[in-house]
Each structure stands twice: as C-alpha cells, then as structure tokens.
Design a protein. Structure first.
Length: 322
C-alpha cells in the first residue's frame, strides 16, 4: 500500500513539474511579492550565462539589483551580460569567470570577491549532469565536484560576507529528482558499481538539500532555501537529457517559469517569513521526502557529509594559496 501511495504521489508531482503545473500554481501567486526595488542590494548568480541562471539574473537586474554573473565560459558569459544590460538598462552587471568544478578556482575567486564587494544574496544555480564517469583535473568525479563540492565551497567561502548583511539569503537550485535518493555518504564520487549519471545527479541534489538544512541550523541570521524549478526548457536539459527533452519538449516550462521561485526567494519579503532551510516548488515549501519513503537519513550521516566536504574544502583552500 505504501508503494502505491508513493507512486500516485510521485506521478502527481511529475505533472506539477511541467508548464501546465506552473500555470496552475501561478494562479495563486501574488504578483506584488516580486514587484520590488532591490537597488543597493548585491546578488551573485552562478551558472548565469544561460537557462534559469540567466533568467534569474535578468529579472534581478530589472529590479535594480547589482548582479554578479559567475560563469565558466567567457564568450557565452559576455553575450549574456550584454543581453542583460541591453534589455534591463542596468549597468551594474559584473562578470566573473570561474569553473565551479574546480575548487581551487572557487577559493581564489571568493577570497578576491570578499576583498572587493559586498553580498546580500547568493544563488547557487550552476550544475551539471555528466552521463559517463569523468574526472576533473583534481581527480574528482565531475558531477560531485560541480553540484556538491562546488556549491559547498562557494557558499562557505562567501559566508563571511553574507554574515555582515541584513536580510542575507542563500538559494540553491536543486531538483525533484532528489526525492528518489537517500543520502549516501559511502560513495560520494561514484566509484563503485555501474555509473548512472541521472542517479548521480539526483544524489547530488539530495546532498544539496541536506547542506541547506545543515547551514540553516548553523547560521541563524542568514535565510537558506533550496528549490526545484520544475522541468524547464534549458540548454542543460537539451544536452544532458536528449531523450527526455524529445519526449517532454512540448510540456516543458520556459526558463523564466523555472526561475520564478528563485526570484521569489531572492527578492520577496514573503519568502523570509518562512523558516530557513526549507525546500520550495512554485513559491511553496514542499516535502523533501515522498510519503512513507525510505529516503530519510540519520543525523550522523548528515553531519558526516558536512565533515567530509569541509575536509575537501580545506585541502583545496591550502592548495589555492600555493
């Protein structure tokens, strides 16, 4: 019976991830929530040259915010920056070239950024789904390096800046795919068994949920949230999941619809009236586990994840300093 309930709940959830699901949910949105002026506030968006990251950055720019675009590809990033400036008229758009799968690069960037800028809102959007096991130059499995370790280092490295600000926020773009994964700290780099990029990605997204919950407990004056954008028509989906894209392309959300909840979490006053550490979909907190699911993890495992990532982090921090 529990299997049947979970299946019904999950299939219902899948429908909610489509464009139709967004259109239904948006009937209950209050447009005034995001009709705000954020001039004087500083936002950093990773993976900002396309898809949800670019859509988020553009909407923040329209509202007067200072936006730092953190991107890996310089040419695409420059095109994105020019587009955002042209469409919004906001000149306070800054570009930083950083590979989020390279922990040494993240540390170098963050230490320089801390000395030159202020930061009110960090949006961890950069991610990847590599379908064959691939190692970075540091010997890290690429999905883990980007989605989990990269997110961890970027956030912890910038916490000192965020701690200085009133109404500081950290938003991480996750995925509903994490609902099928239980935290697994025994094989963080997918070294054992057959490699399934989709499941590795889903595991990384579960890890991001755990990170958010743990950060929320440890840093009470920063509002942390993690969200699922639904299924959006982005370059990443087209390249990483071509079969899925072909099946679903007529039902996918636009990148702006996928970015809507990110924007709401980043700029609205309503978002921070809710507790820190929650998982959101379409401007509402939603469960992080299916009903009667097997995906709950122990406090010990969650704390162990933080310890292991901190060990990785510090190792690459010392290397980045030469």
């Amino acid at each position: 019976m529990s299997w049947y309930r979970n299946t019904v709940w999950f299939v219902k959830g899948l429908r909610e991830y489509t464009r139709g699901g967004y259109e239904t949910a948006s009937k209950h949105f209050n447009p005034a929530d995001v009709e705000v002026d954020v001039a004087g506030r500083s936002f950093l968006v990773t993976g900002a040259n396309s898809g949800i990251g670019k859509a988020t950055a553009k909407e923040i720019a329209r509202r007067g915010g200072t936006v730092h675009l953190v991107c890996r590809n310089k040419e695409r990033a420059e095109v994105a920056k020019e587009e955002i400036v042209t469409e919004t008229g906001n000149q306070s758009i800054f570009l930083h070239i950083v590979d989020i799968s390279n922990p040494k690069e993240i540390w170098k960037f963050a230490e320089k950024f801390r000395s030159e800028h202020k930061l009110n809102v960090l949006i961890n959007n950069a991610g990847c789904m590599v379908n064959n096991r691939e190692l970075t130059e540091d010997g890290l499995e690429k999905n883990f390096a980007t989605n989990t370790l990269g997110t961890y280092i970027m956030t912890t490295a910038l916490l000192p800046l965020l701690e200085k600000e009133v109404d500081a926020r950290v938003i991480t773009v996750s995925s509903g795919g994490m609902l099928v994964q239980k935290l697994n700290i025994s094989d963080l780099q997918s070294e054992s068994g057959p490699f399934d990029g989709t499941m590795v990605y889903a595991q990384n997204k579960r890890q991001q949920v755990v990170l958010t919950e743990q950060w929320a407990k440890a840093h009470r004056n920063i509002h942390f949230s993690v969200m699922h954008p639904g299924w959006a028509d982005t370059p990443a989906v087209r390249s990483a999941m071509p079969d899925f894209y072909e099946r679903m392309k007529n039902s996918l959300r636009t990148d702006a619809q996928g970015a809507d909840t990110v924007l709401w979490l980043a700029v609205s006053t309503e978002a921070t009236k809710l507790p820190s550490g929650l998982f959101f979909q379409d401007r509402q907190p939603v469960p992080t586990h299916l009903p009667l699911a097997w995906t709950h993890s122990s406090q010990e495992d969650e704390e162990k994840l933080m310890e292991v990532l901190e060990e990785f982090s510090q190792k690459f921090k010392s290397v980045s300093r030469g």
